[in-house]
Design a protein around this ligand. Structure first.
Ligand code: IMP
Length: 216
C-alpha cells in the first residue's frame, strides 16, 4: 500500500461548499484538499515520525515560507504525541528559506535567501519539513546544504508531492501527506507571488487569479 493519499487528476470540491475569503473568491477554481483533511493526515504523519525517530533528539527544519503552516501543525501533533503516548521525541526547531519559483514556473535557479545558522544540525537527527515537492530541485539543493553540516541522519517530510513529468531522479521524500495532480496550488501557506497564503484550504488557482497576481 502506498504511504500517501493520492488525489486523482480532476478530483476537487466546488469552492461554494467551503469558506473562501471574499478577496480570493473569484480567483480560486476549486478546493483540492480541505484544511480538516490536511490536519487529519498531518496527525498520522506525526505519529509515524515519532515511531521512527524516537531514538534521539530531533532538529525539525522548517522550509519557509510555504512550509510554515504544515510545520506548525506537525510540531503541535508531535508535542501532543509526546505528552500522551508515553513515548518521547525531544525536538528543537530551525528555519531555512529557499526560493525557486517565478509566477507558477519552477526555475533551475534555487536560492537560499534566509534562515538560521545551521550548525545546530551537526551530529543530530534532522527532519526537513517542506510544503510541496515539484521537480525536486529545491529539496536536492536543501539536502546538499544540510549535508555540509554533517548531521547524523536526515529525513524529509513533505505535505504534498506533485505528479510532474519534470521530476528529477524520481525523488521521493521519506514521508508524504498527499500525492497531487500537476496543478498550481495555493493556500495553507502555499503562495502565488506571495498571495493566497491566507487561505485555509489547498486550492487550485484559476487563469484570472494567475493574471491578476502575476509579477509584471
Ligand atoms: P521544486 O524545486 O520544483 O520541487 O519546487 C519546490 C518549491 O516550489 C516548493 O518549496 C514551493 O515553494 C514551490 N512550489 C512548487 N509547486 C508549487 C505550487 O503548486 N504552489 C506553490 N508553490 C509551489
Amino acid at each position: 500500500m502506498a504511504n500517501f493519499i493520492k488525489i486523482e487528476d480532476g478530483q476537487t470540491f466546488a469552492k461554494e461548499m467551503f469558506c473562501i475569503p471574499q478577496h480570493y473568491e473569484e480567483y480560486v477554481e476549486s478546493v483540492m484538499i480541505p484544511k480538516g483533511l490536511i490536519l487529519n493526515r498531518t496527525e498520522r504523519l506525526a505519529r509515524d515520525i515519532c515511531r521512527d525517530l524516537s531514538h534521539g533528539p530531533l532538529v525539525a527544519l522548517c522550509c519557509l515560507k510555504g512550509g510554515y503552516q504544515f510545520f506548525s501543525h506537525l510540531s503541535e501533533f508531535i508535542i501532543n504525541h509526546n505528552a500522551t503516548s508515553g513515548q518521547s521525541l525531544p525536538f528543537s526547531i530551525d528555519f531555512i528559506r529557499l526560493k525557486s519559483y517565478e509566477n507558477d514556473v519552477s526555475t533551475s535557479d534555487v536560492k537560499v535567501i534566509g534562515g538560521d545558522d545551521l550548525s545546530s544540525v551537526t551530529g543530530k537527527n534532522v527532519l526537513i519539513v517542506e510544503d510541496i515537492i515539484d521537480t525536486g530541485k529545491t529539496m536536492q539543493k536543501m539536502l546538499n546544504i544540510i549535508a555540509e553540516y554533517k548531521p547524523a541522519q536526515v529525513k524529509v517530510v513533505s505535505l504534498l508531492v506533485k505528479r510532474t513529468p519534470l521530476k528529477i531522479d524520481s525523488y521521493r521524500p521519506d514521508y508524504i501527506g498527499f500525492e497531487v495532480p500537476n496543478n498550481f496550488l495555493v493556500g495553507y501557506a502555499l503562495d502565488y507571488n506571495e498571495y493566497f497564503r491566507d487561505l485555509s484550504h489547498i486550492c487550485v488557482i484559476n487563469k484570472k487569479g494567475k493574471e491578476k497576481y502575476a509579477t509584471k
